[in-house]
Design a protein around this ligand. Structure first.
Ligand code: ARG
Length: 596
């Protein structure tokens, strides 16, 4: 829990007979006006304190009020039913928040909560020789945000791209290539589309003529047995696919710790199957190896097929081998599967199998996401680089060239790229991941409204306000150079903040200013929640609120034209908001632009 929440909680904790950390964990921001700046709901304390929540609140409020000292952080406490509502002393609060920003500098918001623990995040995971589709884009965007959010909590994160690069379908592909393959088309501008077409053609032929099916089986057998020509083809298709996917990853700024596709687990399957047999979890049924969950106390769950009667293993078998490998290799605190909602049953089977095998399956979670609406089938299945990200980038460029924002000519292209990508990423992350999302093209690339470009613009505006202040008041800028950059020692923070110092917190007390500071102060908690709930949307929504609150402040108060001490204090506020916006956008995978 962050230092500010603990300081607020400390005013109440002794009167509740609890530790400040515990009370800090309960702190909320009341929705209704007049209910205090913060509130502590007492419901969850009733059992332990053996009193009704309202009585707990009333007694603690009386005791805490009596103990309030002038100039302290908490200015008033009042019980309203089961809630303890508190009001803060704005100047003390401003000092508390800005001190935290100064102390932690660029790392403000981050924590070491996850230090010493590993998290495996399985995300993106497209299939080779097939198009990267919109579901893979969602998985990539959500997964990459979860990777960064966990890193910011101190976890060691292993991001894994579980490429679909193995399975009987590659038998069809190889057989198809050997029959119809044309080098020129593979060298053309859409190799993946061509491979997909070959695969579909062969698969169709096999449905009508068993000879094709037989050739596909034989080809996959050769691949499994390590036949050099089958292997060489497979590697080539894999390389071509990866090259294509790399363009998308580069645009999104995504890198994986591990690209371990399904093929990586081929030689790990025997170990998984031995465990299943040794622990009495699997059985043979009509020539196939299965896990019959019904016989293990899960009557509603359909059996999981591990080996078909023709000997072939399946997607599920490879997932089981992968999970066992991850548990045994990394001993992770969490394994997250960022996969579309349609695979819910598959993951339920996987997690249940792991539990039956004695692995701590409760550490696994399915981060499921919904569909994308408003996209034609063509876009849904097409190479996203051109159809989705490309379209967003083109729209962004049009708007920039139309003068909606001002960007120096030589920066238009790269700005359009960042804005287009930011638009798509934000449209995805602003809602809880389980929801379907709608790509309303006209709306998501706007510089106003609840969009990524709006936040990028808000960030650029903060940069420009800071520059304007520096132009009229270089001394103010110089006095604050250290603020919000490298972490500072407490003594340095003391020299920076306080009455008569460069930043005078008692000048940051108006309601609009307090509203901004309250959000800045909530940033560490917001990041913690986003990671714990596996919800980047918690951060996305927070950033919208922060940008909105800053707008409210900026409408009501001058910065550049304020008198000098006021100007410096407000410049510190601008720096703090800018830091949080930049940090938060970066965690989401959106570039905070400095000029537009
Ligand atoms: N390749 C799969 C697909 O496109 C997604 C794989 C997700 N990860 C996993 N461990 N199953 O549907």
């Amino acid at each position: 829990m962050d230092a500010i929440a603990i300081r607020i909680a400390a005013a109440l904790a002794p009167h509740l007979g609890l530790e400040p950390e515990e009370v800090a964990g309960l702190l909320e921001v009341p929705r209704e006006a007049g209910r205090g700046d913060y509130a502590v709901p007492c419901f969850s304390l009733a059992r332990r304190l053996r009193r009704a929540p309202a009585q707990i609140a009333a007694e603690a409020a009386a005791a805490a009020s009596a103990a309030i000292a002038p100039g302290g952080l908490v200015r008033a406490v009042q019980a309203v039913g089961p809630y303890l509502n508190l009001w803060l002393e704005p100047a003390t609060f401003a000092e508390a928040v800005l001190s935290e920003v100064a102390l932690h500098g660029r790392q403000y918001g981050e924590s070491r909560r996850g230090a010493g623990q590993r998290v495996v995040i399985d995300y993106s995971s497209p299939n080779i020789a097939k198009r990267f589709h919109i579901g893979h884009l969602r998985s990539t965007v959500i997964g990459a945000a979860l990777v960064r959010l966990h890193r910011a909590q101190g976890y060691e994160v292993i991001g894994v791209n579980h490429l679909g690069d193995w399975g009987t379908q590659f038998g069809h592909l190889i057989a198809a290539w050997e029959r119809w393959g044309e080098e020129e088309r593979l060298a053309g501008d859409d190799p993946i589309g061509y491979l997909q077409e070959l695969y579909v053609r062969h698969n169709r032929a096999a449905a009508e003529d068993p000879a094709y099916a037989e050739r596909a089986r034989a080809a996959f057998k050769r691949l499994e047995d390590g036949d050099p020509s089958a292997r060489a083809l497979w590697s080539r298709f894999r390389e071509l696919s990866l090259r294509e996917f790399a363009r998308i990853y580069e645009l999104l700024g995504v890198e994986f710790e591990q690209i371990a596709g399904e093929s990586f687990y081929e030689d790990k399957i025997p170990h998984a199957l031995e465990l299943c047999a040794a622990r009495g979890v699997s059985e043979w049924s009509e020539g196939a190896l299965i896990i019959d969950f019904a016989r293990h106390g899960h009557p509603g769950l359909p059996p999981m097929l591990l080996r078909r009667s023709d000997g072939a293993t399946l997607y599920a078998t490879r997932d089981l081998a992968a999970a066992i490998y991850r548990f045994e290799t990394y001993d992770p605190a969490k394994i997250l599967y960022v996969i579309g909602a349609p695979q819910k049953l598959h993951l339920e089977q996987l997690f249940t199998a792991l539990r039956l095998l004695g692995f701590p399956a409760e550490r696994c979670a399915h981060v499921a996401f919904g569909h994308v609406q408003g996209m034609s089938t063509r876009e849904g299945t097409a190479i996203l680089l051109d159809e989705v990200l490309g379209r967003a980038i083109r729209l962004a460029e049009e708007r920039i060239r139309a003068g909606e924002v001002r960007v120096p000519a030589e920066q238009i292209e790269r700005t359009a790229r960042a804005v287009g990508v930011g638009a798509v990423v934000f449209a995805d992350l602003r809602h809880r991941h389980l929801k379907d999302i709608a790509f309303d093209w006209d709306r998501i690339v706007r510089f106003e409204g609840e969009t990524g470009p709006y936040l990028q613009y808000a960030h650029a505006r903060l940069c420009s306000i800071a520059e304007q202040v520096a132009a009229v008041d270089p001394e103010a800028a110089a006095a604050l150079v250290e603020f919000g950059r490298e972490p500072l020692a407490p003594a340095q923070v003391g020299a920076l903040l306080g009455a008569g110092r460069p930043i005078e917190p008692q000048l940051l007390v108006e309601p609009e200013t307090f509203a901004v500071l309250r959000l800045v102060g909530a940033y560490p908690r917001t990041l913690e929640r986003a990671a714990a709930e596996l919800e980047p949307s918690v951060l996305a929504q927070y950033l919208l609120e922060l940008a909105g609150a800053f707008s409210g402040f900026y409408h009501a108060h001058h910065v550049k034209n304020a008198e000098p001490a006021q100007r410096r204090a407000r410049l510190a506020l601008v720096h703090a908001v800018r830091h949080v916006l930049a940090h938060g956008l970066t965690l989401l995978g959106i570039e905070p632009l400095e000029r537009m």
